[in-house]
Design a protein around this ligand. Structure first.
Ligand code: F6P
Length: 347
């Protein structure tokens, strides 16, 4: 198919926590931009840090070859928040000003920002400063407002579910309560989905206030019915009365042992949920997002984030997700269905 010569120079960066699918998204933007539109792709290192220090390189089709299945990000990432005041000296140029200047000096026509809530908020603020920006929503937490799902989430749910599956056999062998803590920051999406996929008996999420006593009562009831073991899936962000400096899983494990006397162990799954090759679903979603972003740039449709709504790729103004979180609703149909099947949410 003939190239539609657009000739724009697109900067692309990945920022915030990494996740599987970032390289698939970079590839989706890049191959569409280069093959369909004859654009130039400029890869910026380590998120907004690379814009502040002008660390970048051109990405060719060759650079994009073989990265679809790679975990992490070939560009690197950081949690740099340029608009957060760093107490700069009065003569120092602000970080946002540096970014705008470097954007011009690099000859960019647009900046693609792939990230979660913080990144998309920075992208929105840069758009208000006059930069042409397009956002792509990523995070394992799936807590970006304005899109049904972020890439990274499906891979994390796969990893967490496989871990839960493995805990069933050891819990059964030892007749134990097994607690597994999954990520998600302040949202409970990973815990909800992996808890249901992995057959969790108890699912605790930040959005539903639970009581230790209710959890204990439920576990004792299961034991009294000769259920040999129970699986408890907790989101790292659950609000706990007493946590000290330990993890949610450790604090909960101590409380359950204290209240029930049952043999209890805990696993904090941690960063494995962020690593490794993306699931096929995440590869597809990241590719769809990337290609859509390139098409938006060709149409000079800036200041927006690509989004998935009812399985259709749309674009929403960057003002929409900025500063908001998409959290599990107490009356979410999946919460209701799980409760109808006897799963406890500790209430
Ligand atoms: O936002 C993704 C995430 O993995 C959260 O689930 C988690 O709470 C956080 O990042 C961990 O942050 P860091 O990578 O800075 O330790």
């Amino acid at each position: 198919m003939g190239k539609i010569k657009k000739g724009q120079r697109i900067g692309i960066l990945t920022a915030g926590g990494d996740c599987p699918g970032l390289n698939a998204a970079i590839r989706g933007v890049g191959k569409t931009a280069i093959v369909k539109y004859d654009m130039k792709l400029i890869g910026i290192s380590d998120g907004f840090t690379g814009m502040i220090h002008k660390e970048y390189r051109e990405l060719t089709e060759h650079d994009l070859s073989g990265i679809l299945t790679l975990g992490g990000t070939i560009l690197g990432t950081s949690r740099e928040k340029p608009f957060k005041s760093s107490g700069k000296g009065k003569n120092e140029i602000s970080k946002p000003k540096l970014i705008s200047e470097h954007y011009e000096q690099m000859g960019l026509d647009c900046l693609v920002c792939i990230g979660g809530n913080g990144t998309l908020k920075t992208a929105h603020l840069l758009a208000q400063e006059g930069l042409n920006v397009v956002g792509i929503p990523k995070t394992i937490d799936n807590d970006v407002w304005g899109t049904d799902i972020t890439f990274g989430f499906d891979s994390a749910v796969n990893i967490a579910t496989e871990a839960i599956d493995r805990l069933h056999s050891t819990a059964n062998s030892h007749k134990r309560i097994m607690i597994i803590e999954v990520m998600g920051h302040n949202a409970g999406w990973i815990a909800l989905y992996s808890g249901i996929a992995g057959g969790g008996d108890v699912i605790l999420i930040p959005e539903i206030e639970y009581s230790d006593e209710k959890v204990a009562e439920y576990l004792i009831h299961r034991a009294s019915e000769n259920k040999p073991y129970s699986i408890v899936v907790v989101a790292e962000g659950i609000r706990m009365a007493v946590k000290d400096s330990c993890s949610a899983a450790q604090a909960l494990s101590r409380k359950i042992r204290e209240l029930t006397g049952l043999d209890t162990r805990e696993t904090v799954l941690g960063y494995v949920q962020r690593g490794g090759t993306p699931s096929p679903m995440d590869r597809v979603l990241a590719t769809r997002y990337g290609a859509a972003a390139a098409n938006m740039i060709a149409d000079r449709d800036y200041g927006k984030m690509v989004a998935l709504r009812n399985d259709k790729i749309e674009s929403v103004p960057l003002s929409e997700p900025a500063g908001k979180l998409k959290l599990v609703q107490k009356d979410d149909f999946m919460v209701k269905q799980a409760q109808d099947m006897g799963t406890s949410f500790g209430i």
